[in-house]
Design a protein around this ligand. Structure first.
Ligand code: NYM
Ligand code: MG
Length: 211
């Protein structure tokens, strides 16, 4: 590597907005077209001990208090933070399919937790260089395949999540809102444009910390 750090790119949004599809395509584009190393991580990471428990929580077979669920989602990120710093330091881009923003938005919207209390659990994690907010009207999201399968996939919750993203988390310097109502190819083009614009701007700057 040539001494430049990798960048941290987060995809955020409600359920069924197309984040996973778009993140995978962005990964492929960075690797094959930009020819730079990149990895894609999904949060919650359902393969660790915390993630397996969260998986049962999301499927509805385990009940947890809102606070315990929130702290587990945050722990699920913290347990990978050293690996995350190492990847970025080594020059690899890291694409995140959900991050701490989902953590606070869902805990506030679905479990009624205090926003400030929620934010504290993720304070100090690396702050993304770019957040691609894939915005989809929950009415439309609810008509997409498999909506309603997991806890939190309910229209009112998704509407509150969206409002929280827009009102509280949208920070104009590093957030880009992309309408996920467009055809997927259009969404991908806008993601690529935002990444292309971000790269030269941030690479010589150190990563910030949340929040
Ligand atoms: N979710 C996700 C949270 O409630 N807190 C978090 O910190 C994260 C990362 O998990 N409805 C919620 C949002 C989703 C659910 O995510 C599962 P996915 O991307 O569908 O696997
Ligand atoms: Mg989901």
């Amino acid at each position: 590597m040539n001494g430049t750090r990798g960048t941290l790119i987060a995809f955020e949004g409600g359920d069924r907005a197309g984040k996973s599809t778009q993140a995978k395509q962005a990964l492929q584009w960075i690797r094959e077209t930009l020819r730079e190393p990149a990895v894609l991580w999904h949060f919650p990471n359902r393969h660790s001990a915390t993630g397996r428990l969260l998986d049962t929580y999301l499927s509805g077979s385990t009940e947890l208090t809102g606070q315990v669920a929130h702290l587990l989602f945050a722990a699920n990120r913290w347990e990978r933070v050293e690996e995350l710093w190492q990847l970025l330091d080594s020059g690899s881009h890291v694409i995140l399919d959900r991050y701490a923003y989902s953590g606070v938005a869902f805990s506030v919207a679905a479990r009624g937790l205090d926003p400030e209390w929620c934010l504290a659990a993720d304070r100090g994690l690396p702050s993304p260089d770019l957040v691609l907010f894939l915005d989809l009207d929950p009415q439309l999201a609810s008509k997409r395949g498999n909506f309603g399968e997991e806890r939190y996939e309910q229209l009112v919750i998704q509407q509150r999540v969206r409002q929280f993203f827009l009102d509280r988390l949208f920070q104009s310097e590093n957030w880009v809102r992309i309408s996920a109502e467009q055809p997927p190819d259009q969404v991908q083009l806008q993601c690529r444009r935002a990444i292309t614009e971000m790269l030269p701007r941030v690479r010589s700057l150190p990563l910030k910390l949340l929040w």
